[in-house]
Design a binder for this molecule. Sequence first.
Ligand code: DAH
Length: 345
Amino acid sequence: MIDRIEELERQATAAIDEATTTVALEQVRVQFLGRKAELPNLLRSVSDLPPQERGAVGKRANEARKALEAAIGERVAGLEATELDARLIADRIDVTLPGDPPQPVGRLHVLTQTRREIEDVFLGLGFSVLEGPEVETVHYNFDALNHAPTHPARGRTDTFYTGDGDVLRTHTSPMQIRAMEQYPPPLYVIIPGRVYRRDSDATHTPQFHQVEGLAVDKDITLADLKGTLLDFSRAIFGAEREVRLRPHFFPFTEPSVEIDVSCFNCKRNGEPCQVCKGTGWLEILGAGMVDPNVFAYVAEHGYDPEEIQGFAFGMGIERIAALKYGIPDIRTLYTNDVRVLEQFG
Ligand code: DAH
């Protein structure tokens, strides 16, 4: 009996040495130590042996089983490490290599580029970026922004209403109110986002993008507004730019202005300028000093018009991009024709 055990151990040891994969080793384990293998069966039948043989045979068979298990375990660990190494080498992919054939690299949409450029300018001036809801209440979109009940923007011909009386925001200005409700002064924020109007022609689309700006602090004046937007204009349209303020009307600012930037195209080739139609100026946005009536809606949040002042502005990202890149029809920005989109950036 002992001889047979030793013979089995020799055979198993040889098989373990020969196995070159973890799969092969598992087969060896099943063959010599599995449920139907001879050695474990032998161990199980030790009790059937004459009492004087049981001790020696049981001990030897147990030793053999333990030794084989240990040998297999050791070999598995060794093979696993080698197999992992081999797999790592075989599967190695250099993600920095160009594709084969090289794939064309995409780029950001010109509106995304322009939005990020605008954000960068204002971040550099100490403003933070906020976002807000596109489905807005009449309160935030119109009432708290001092729009009279008869203001034409409220009409169904100008604005998209939802079934329950909310609106797709017609501008990013409602975020002025939401920002002041949420954060106490001093406040310096810009709010980029989508807005919606019943408008559609070469320079208007039913959905477009704006960037709102709001600065509230002590001793803010129109000069701060002008300086901020001059800086902005120079960063976006070139260091030589000037800005001018023209009186205008917005319900939520008093006084209100429209801001023009000096044309960056004029005198390039001596011909009459197509971009500014010969006026030398390009309208880029609406702005003004925050109307005290607007502060009244957020007075309980620390906005006392006797204590603080603010300026606000709102610009269309499509308009900024169209001016900057000379895009004659902004609808082409939404038709996903790569021949158009590839031209920018
Ligand atoms: N909300 C205005 C619009 O969509 C733009 C605007 C004008 C925003 C003046 C302002 C502002 O913050 O002060 O036409």
